[in-house]
Design a protein around this ligand. Sequence first.
Ligand SMILES: *Cc1c(COP(=O)(O)O)cnc(C)c1O
Length: 375
Amino acid sequence: MTEATRELPLSRPWIDDREEELVLEVLRSGRLSLGPWIERFEEEIAERVGAPFAAAVSSGTAGLHMLCHLAGLGPGDEVITSPLSFVASANCFILEGALPVFADVDPSTLNMDPAAVEAAITPRTKAIVAVDMFGYPSELDELRTIAARHDLTLIEDSCEALGARYKGRPLGSHGTDAVFAFYPNKQMTAGEGGVVVTHSKDVRDQVVSLRNQGRSYGEGSWFNHVRVGFNYRWTDVQAAIALAQLEKLDRILELRADAAARYAQLLDSIDGIETPRSDDADHQRSWFVYVVTLAAEIDRARVMESLRRDGVATAEYIPCIHLQPYMREQYGFGEGLCPVAEGIAARTLALPFYTQIDADDQVRVAEVLRAAVAA
Ligand SMILES: *Cc1c(COP(=O)(O)O)cnc(C)c1O
């Protein structure tokens, strides 16, 4: 491949001297886990998202799993979530033995349609896991009203949405327990990691205990275990990376929004390409990925093949959870369960998108895509 056609990755973290500096500080301190950097990070992220409490954990999935565990979910319970999400949104309660029920999405927001959520409720429903897909805030107020009316626990999977705002306030500040994640393709990263943000001190204390083998932090010795717990601990090395990322989070979000606006402009004139929904007064997206929807008559496999041949990474983003092989096998789910999500998932693809993406590279992506779609 020549320099002109060097591979453009789908995502890439923005790491510089500051991350190195803080990681070195942690390494030299000798406190690699359960040290002060994790607490510092928890204080800063809580303030950042407007939640009184935060507990950092080993991954977004771990955070969601512990919230499901605390909700007391178990066999015989049903939990409603989005079919158009990453498998963790369902696995977090399947691990507790609960049954997944999928509520179809709104074709414009790609988040669960509150009417579909309400229609999916049965006497066995115990919780809703709402997802802020591709960084676009879900209909939090409607979902909270539904959850309250039916006495359900509402958990927000905000793993793709750090920095997004709903009705003018950041996700995390609205009172619902939420989880953000720090895998390297997320807006900010720590390599791996996640954080539970909550407005309940009790939830925070329980997550802190659960993440560390059910230890009690009150009276008694270090080996005082008051419940069955997990090892979902994070490390201070990761907290150091995350603290450096947090320092530049405003800049990260701004650069990503700029890159998204550039794509929207570049792709606007291409027939058969639909770009992501724009913000409105109630919903301000935090840009996670850049996913376009192809017109039904365009052969997606051929377009993706053509992008890759020209050095542009792409991916089907994102296949429906209920159509994953293990879902079909365990629950007998199949096509037709969530027609809206299925129709969209069959036509979407992700383009290279990251904080420091070069404007010229975006022009190249647009040209390659234009040619691929026209061919
Ligand atoms: C990234 C992500 C998660 C959590 O992922 P981890 O890899 O466990 O940190 C959960 N839900 C969604 C929708 C995600 O995109």
